[in-house]
Ligand binder design. Structure first.
Ligand SMILES: N[C@H](CCC[C@H](N)C(=O)O)C(=O)O
Length: 279
C-alpha cells in the first residue's frame, strides 16, 4: 500500500476526498475510490476528485482542453463509477487550487471536466469567498417518469453534462427515505440517473432532495440544483436571468439560467481537513 496526500472538503455538505495528483501518477481504481468514500473503513465522502494537470493525463476530456485549462477534475462517485460533472465538487476543487496551488482568485479559472470546460470565478477575487461556476448550457430532453415505492411522478429529463430527472412533488417527505435508486426508464437513462424531488417555497425559491447516481441520497447536488432550476424556470416561464434560491438539506445555492443559455451556480466551498491516507 502506498500513501497519498488528500484534502477533505464539501460544498453545502456534499462531501469529497480530493487527491492532488498534478503529475498524473495516481490513476485511481474503482476499489480505491470505494475505500476512500467508505464512512467507516475509509475517510468517507460522496465522491472522489483527483486533481490532475491536463498535460499529465490521457483522459480525452483533459487532452481536448489542453491550451484552455491547466487543471482537470477527475470525478468519481462513491461506488467507484465515473461521472461527467460535479457542481459542488468543482467549487471545492477551485477552493483547493486557490489556496494550495498558484491560482490567483482574482482571475477566472477554467477547469476541464468530462462534461466540458467550466469557468470558475471567486467572489470579490478572494480565495475564501463564494464560488460561481459557469455550468454551461443545459439540455432539456423531454418528459419522463420516476418511481419510489408504490408511487410514481412525472419528471423532466435535464442534462447538465450528467443526467437528471426532476420531479415536482407536493411534499419532500412524500418519497420517504431514498434508500435505493428511484425507478426510471432504462432506455432514457442507460447509464443511470440523478433524481431530484422539488417543492416550491416561494417565487423563484425551491427546496429539493436528491438521490445521486452512484452515491445515494446526498445532502446536496450542484448539477442537480441546476437541473431543478432549469425545469422550474421553464415551468414558471421566468425571464432568463432570474436568480433562483435552491434550498438543499446541506445548504442553499443561488442559480441563474442566463439569457445566453448558460447556467451560473454560486455557493460555498469549504476545506475541512488534509492528511495522508494509505491506498
Ligand atoms: N454531487 C455532484 C453530482 C454528482 C453526480 C453524479 N452522482 C453522477 O453520477 O452524475 C454535484 O454536486 O453536481
Amino acid at each position: 500500500m502506498s500513501e497519498y496526500s488528500f484534502v477533505k472538503g464539501h460544498g453545502t455538505e456534499n462531501d469529497f476526498v480530493l487527491v492532488p495528483d498534478a503529475q498524473g501518477r495516481h490513476e485511481l481504481t474503482p476499489e480505491q475510490v470505494v475505500r476512500l468514500c467508505d464512512r467507516r473503513a475509509g475517510i468517507g465522502a460522496d465522491g472522489v476528485i483527483r486533481v490532475v494537470r491536463t498535460d499529465a493525463t490521457d483522459d480525452p476530456a483533459a487532452v481536448a482542453a489542453r491550451g484552455e485549462a491547466t487543471w482537470f477534475m477527475d470525478y468519481r462517485n462513491a461506488d467507484g463509477s465515473v461521472s461527467e460533472m460535479c457542481g459542488n465538487g468543482i467549487r471545492v476543487l477551485g477552493r483547493f487550487l486557490a489556496t494550495h496551488a498558484d491560482v490567483d482568485p482574482r482571475d477566472p479559472l477554467p477547469v476541464a471536466t468530462r462534461g466540458g470546460v467550466k469557468v470558475l470565478t471567486f467572489a470579490d477575487g478572494r480565495h475564501d469567498g463564494d464560488v460561481t461556476v459557469d455550468m454551461g448550457t443545459p439540455e432539456l430532453l423531454g418528459d419522463t417518469e420516476i418511481g419510489i415505492g408504490e408511487r410514481s411522478w412525472p419528471a423532466v429529463h435535464v442534462s447538465m453534462g450528467n443526467p437528471h430527472a426532476v420531479a415536482f412533488v407536493d411534499d419532500l417527505a412524500d418519497a420517504g427515505p431514498l434508500t435505493e435508486a428511484p425507478r426510471h426508464d432504462a432506455a432514457t437513462y442507460p447509464d443511470g440517473v440523478n433524481v431530484e424531488l422539488v417543492v416550491r417555497r416561494g417565487e423563484h425559491h425551491v427546496a429539493m432532495r436528491v438521490h445521486e447516481r452512484g452515491s445515494g441520497e446526498t445532502r446536496s447536488c450542484g448539477t442537480g440544483a441546476c437541473a431543478v432550476v432549469v425545469a422550474a424556470a421553464r415551468a414558471d416561464e421566468a425571464p432568463r436571468g432570474t436568480a433562483y434560491a435552491v434550498d438543499l438539506p446541506g445548504g442553499t445555492l443561488s442559480i441563474t439560467w442566463t439569457e445566453d443559455d448558460r447556467v451560473l451556480m454560486t455557493g460555498p466551498a469549504v476545506l475541512v481537513a488534509e492528511g495522508l491516507t494509505a491506498l
